[in-house]
Ligand binder design. Sequence first.
Ligand code: TC6
Length: 727
Amino acid sequence: MAQYRRAGAAVAVIRLHNAPVNALSSAVVQALAQGVKKADLDPSVKAVVICGANGKFSAGADIRTFSSLQPRDRPALAETVSLIERSQKPVVAAIEGVALGGGLEVALGCHYRIAHAQARVGFPEVLLGILPAAEGTQRLPRLIGIPAALDLITTGRHVLAAEALKLGIIDEIVKENTVERAIELASKVSGQPLGPRKISLKPVPDLPDMEAILSEALVKVKRKARGRLSPEMCIQAIKAAVQLPFAEGVEKERELFRFLLGSGQAKAQQYAFFAERAVEKWTMPSGTSWKTASAQPIRKAAVIGLGTMGRGIVTSLVKAKMLVVALEQDQKQLDIGREAVTSLLQWEASKMQQSGQSQDICDPARLQFTLDFGALRDVDLVIEAVFEDMALKKEIFRKLSTICKPEAFLCTNTSALDIDEIAAVTSHPHQVIGTHFFSPAHVMKLLEVIRGHHTSPTTIATAMSLAKTLNKVGVLVGNCFGFVGNRMMAPYVEQAIFLLEEGCKPEEVDQAVEGFGFHMGPFRMLDLAGLDVGWRSRKGQGLTGPKLAPGTPARQRESRRYSPLPDFLCEQGRYGQKAGKGWYLYEKPGGRTANPDPWLYNFLSEYRETHGIKARFVDQEEILERCLYALINEGFQILADRIASAPEDIDVIYIYGYGWPTHRGGPMFHASTVGLPHVLSRLQKYSEAHPDIPKLQPSPFLKKLVALGSPPLREWVSHVRQPSSKL
Ligand code: TC6
């Protein structure tokens, strides 16, 4: 848990030991405290070094234990950090790998800090719904000043050693032998006065406009937090560091920590942390899993199509240091694509430079632009990113099947289309897989990985490993229209549009959803994505356009309620932001400021009049419940259909792909929090009021879980009916 050894005659080394990341469990903290006390009591020890096993200092407090922490408890970690600082002998932190959260707090209790050049430090607690409660909010501002402390503590970002040195968090960077160098330093400084090295004794560096800095920071985090409490509490704790003596600031920090721990948001955010890690451990309905399948190395990849998605994918691959071939169909498109990719890479390089990372990561020399399919002969993996057009995709996959080497993996970037239909035109359907990137693909963290009927475990393992290489979160899902993300989005958007028919304005629906914590409500999102995307899909499905049977009622399709509102908008050229108008009016085509549009109000009134709909007032609760519970209901059906293998898969997809607020833990976690009987009863109520909307009829699986007494979320999948077939 923490090994104590002597290095030379006078230095004691305490090595934190708790694989894989040296999390500070209570046993580790206890052993660390014992080590410090032992060193203090031993007159032959003149200085101490604290380091971590396996090249990592520590990733902080053991997050798994927070659920059992009593809010009244004083964190034992805080006691130990104070103990380290009070030591009569100099204590040096030797930071390798990471010193995060409580790990950094331990380091701040030390009198000196040395870090390896590749080490990262930070206070990511805010992302877990808490704050650095082992006196971190009181020590960091004293060490690096208020503006920098505000930035680090409220964003949770990790900083590399070079930036940490610049900020004053660490005293020295070494390229190798961090622990040995720390031992040397410890020997050198033994006997020197420790007072100036104790951060708790330092004043917070004063600034003339301190009040203004704190108030501006508060306004900024409140705007960004969308209901998340922890950033605001972090500011309050930092404010206490400015206004109160150290001991009283610590009391305030503790009080805020207790509040956050009991708020429910911390539980949701910590669930999301572990969900993100759980989705890496994928399983197929057949039982095959990540444990037995191994990924193949990908050195060279190709991207077909340099539209918005293709450009982002190319940028991601280049950033991940892969050799990339980018292919387009004609010279003009290729030139436009090349220019766009080059500027994205330049932008990425400048961002990396700012954060002290080496910029050769974005080396454009690794990138080849071509019109020639022959250039794909030796690639290990292809990502097709052309339009959502089945015929076009099939034509490309037929070609790939003859040109690429037999062991190449063939991925299709699609948000809804049938992977099996695409795979069927190739001679290696087991190497075909869906990779649904989210726009902009070089920024968005989610990769929905879609297994087809024939997709092999090796192909899945390779696609999941690709996600990790691209610094994305890969989630494996089954093949159905819209997969998980867009399949659940459909009933949500459908409800939003029905609410307009019934009397709402787009901004009322958006405000309700944004008030819940979404970055964007459904109408702003649709305008951003382009209304023509859905229009094309609906025309393809024969819901509107030339394929629609003559005489079909305007607001009904196969006895289900249908709203032609978005089709009408598209017929008027109102495609959303890119056209300067959609559900909102924008300052110009491509403009970003969504303004309520009087034209739309008129249009909606006339529409209601034409169809004999009496507008009614719909309150926020109904807006939210109809949109969100319709989405959640589909989630239960997706679990029952084994398209997602666990609720965590759905939640991670929604957090990383659709802007679901992390402090609500994802749609399925949210359902478990508000209670399944509640979700069921509201769906029952709305489906009785709207019997022509099948997506409001509660999923049989939700009903089953309620009948079983609403078991905890982690048990849900054990109640899914076993499949009759082997896959
Ligand atoms: C804190 O310190 C508060 C203090 C004040 C209050 C007293 N605890 O991410 P990976 C597990 S709050 C428990 O896949 P990587 C993780 O679940 C803490 N477990 O690896 C996974 O387990 P699995 C503030 C933890 O190399 C395994 O370790 N600190 C913890 O991609 C490997 O993790 C943070 O928020 C933990 N603290 O990334 C840091 N950390 O194998 C959180 C990790 O069973 N951690 N695990 O699935 C990270 O950001 C990353 O894990 C990493 C390593 C950058 C350290």
